[in-house]
Design a protein around this ligand. Structure first.
Ligand code: OGA
Ligand code: MN
Length: 297
């Protein structure tokens, strides 16, 4: 849906915004305010195409409009762009038999998540920039959790208002191990450093103060006051609601496309591609900033 000459909504609920006629190499004050306002007005996902000319420095300058840009210390230095540790390569790139990018294998099941809800502070969002895309597959899906929350019935809003969920990295790791038995269990050191944390099912965005669902079910181990079956039924119902077509768009990447998302009010999910036939290379920049406050903090 066209909103003006150069803005198009990516879903019928208003979640997701494509901003057109923008050159991110020229960040004047007017462009900066269009980008930042667009980011929050979009419910947490903006798409800009045709930016293949950007340098890593210009990508960093752009992403720093939304938060402080992470230096990716926890990743293998072989996956980072020379002189720009902010730029993490994601994909199936190999050189001399060595991986040169972080390889996130995705399967057919759509694994909806927002990044690292099991830790506080969490990265507030990321930018994916497409360098090389397969002709088919490898799309990324996005879903708006503010729009999905607004659309719930009064009864459901009342029911979930007091509920909190236990988000756990170990739960995610064990879930991923079911389809990937080579993935090792978490070390006791990791489990100690990343203990489960509690977040409400309905969170408030620290900048817009809009409410959003936080139902990253692959991270959630338990829900307060519900037994395991009730918790799974509720989470599946909420996830089904939150990923209805009106709240969701999928993006088929072309080189030069870029999407910035907000983990505090949007979920995303990767999709597979034929990695033996095609190349996919993305640059990922991650930002830190104002947090949704988990329970007990
Ligand atoms: C991520 C992610 C999906 C993709 O970078 O956090 O989930 O399609 N990426 O690359
Ligand atoms: Mn992710």
């Amino acid at each position: 849906m066209a909103i003006g000459n150069n803005q198009t909504s990516l879903t019928s609920s208003g979640f997701g915004l494509e901003l057109k006629d923008i050159d991110l190499a020229e960040l004047d004050d007017n462009t900066k305010s269009i980008l930042v306002e667009g980011f929050y007005a979009s419910g947490g996902a903006i798409l800009i195409r045709n930016q293949q000319h950007l340098t890593p420095k210009q990508l960093c300058d752009f992403v720093s409009l939304f938060g402080s840009v992470e230096k990716n210390e926890k990743y293998d230095p072989n996956f980072l762009e020379p002189d720009f540790p902010e730029v993490l390569r994601i994909g199936n790139l190999m050189e001399d038999g060595q991986r040169k990018a972080l390889w996130i294998k995705s399967d057919e099941e759509r694994l909806w998540h927002s990044d690292d809800t099991f830790r506080h502070p969490q990265p507030i969002g990321s930018c994916l920039f497409c360098v090389t895309a397969p002709p088919t597959g490898g799309e990324t899906w996005f879903a708006g959790m503010g729009e999905a929350y607004d659309d719930l019935t009064f009864e459901i809003k009342q029911k979930i208002k007091p509920l909190t969920a236990l988000h756990s990295y170990n739960h995610l790791n064990e879930f991923l191990r079911k389809t990937n038995p080579h993935r090792p269990p978490l070390s006791s050191e990791m489990r100690k450093n990343l203990p489960p944390i509690t977040r409400p099912l309905v969170v408030e965005h620290p900048v817009t103060h809009k409410k959003a669902l936080c139902v990253t079910n692959i991270h959630i181990e338990a829900i307060s006051d519900l037994d395991e079956t009730e918790a799974r039924v509720l989470l599946n119902d909420l996830l089904d609601h939150a990923t209805k077509p009106e709240f969701v768009f999928s993006h088929a990447w072309k080189p030069g496309d870029l999407i910035v998302w907000d983990n505090r009010c949007a979920m995303h999910a990767p999709s597979p591609f034929d990695e033996n036939k095609y190349n996919r290379l993305m640059y990922r920049l991650t930002m830190n900033g104002e947090q949704v406050i988990p329970d007990g903090n």
